[in-house]
Write a protein that binds this ligand. Structure first.
Ligand code: NI
Length: 196
């Protein structure tokens, strides 16, 4: 299939709780491959299956990649769960499904993620900083949670109002301007605007 359309807020499919994956099939492997292609194309550093309309617990990410294409390290996580969270940090998050917006979000500084890979092997990974933020953001997607649910009501309402207005004005295509900014990896905390 290749590159898939990324659903945009307020699409109700982004709000569903995704189903656990019972069996790793060729269809699932294809979905993961398409999600990676879509993520690199956008560009973003993480993508969860519900963002492409598949209500299953599958996440892809690559937190080391930059828009220069060098050193891709694609990761695929089946049924990811966070088994430990500690510390606290503030990260400026964006999301491929939440167009034209980023905001500071409070997250755990360090997390432990447990998942399966596409061969069905268990993966346990401890992450901190951006990678920990990405894990939390993507697992949230599987539960129908968006980063705008984790900011102040005031900021959220401002964004939702702006988005509603644009959609009502018939500006459904307003996000795809063709020219896409590079992903700013490794920039200072609070100024990144990375799409997760
Ligand atoms: Ni996202």
């Amino acid at each position: 299939m290749g590159i898939r359309d990324v659903l945009q807020f307020p699409d109700p499919r982004l709000r569903r709780r995704s189903e656990p994956i019972e069996k790793i099939t060729d269809e699932l492997r294809q979905l993961a491959a398409d999600m990676l292609e879509t993520m690199y194309d956008e560009p973003g550093i993480g993508l969860a299956a519900p963002q492409v309309g598949a209500s299953v617990r599958l996440v892809v990410l690559d937190t080391q990649w930059t828009a220069d294409d060098a050193d891709r390290k694609p990761c695929v996580f089946v049924n990811p769960e966070l088994t430990e969270r500690s510390g606290e940090l503030i990260w400026n998050e964006g999301c491929l499904s939440v167009p034209d917006f980023s905001a500071d979000v409070k997250r755990a500084e360090r997390v432990v993620l447990r998942a399966l890979d596409l061969e069905g092997r268990e993966v346990i990974e401890t992450a901190s900083g951006l990678r920990a933020v990405c894990f939390q953001h993507e697992v949230d997607h599987l539960d129908g949670v968006l980063f705008i649910d984790r900011i102040s009501r005031l900021k959220r309402n401002l964004y939702v109002g702006k988005r509603k207005k644009l959609l009502e004005e018939g500006g459904e295509r307003w996000t795809s301007s063709g020219e896409r900014p590079p992903v700013p990896i490794g920039t200072r905390r609070g100024t990144t605007g990375i799409k997760l």
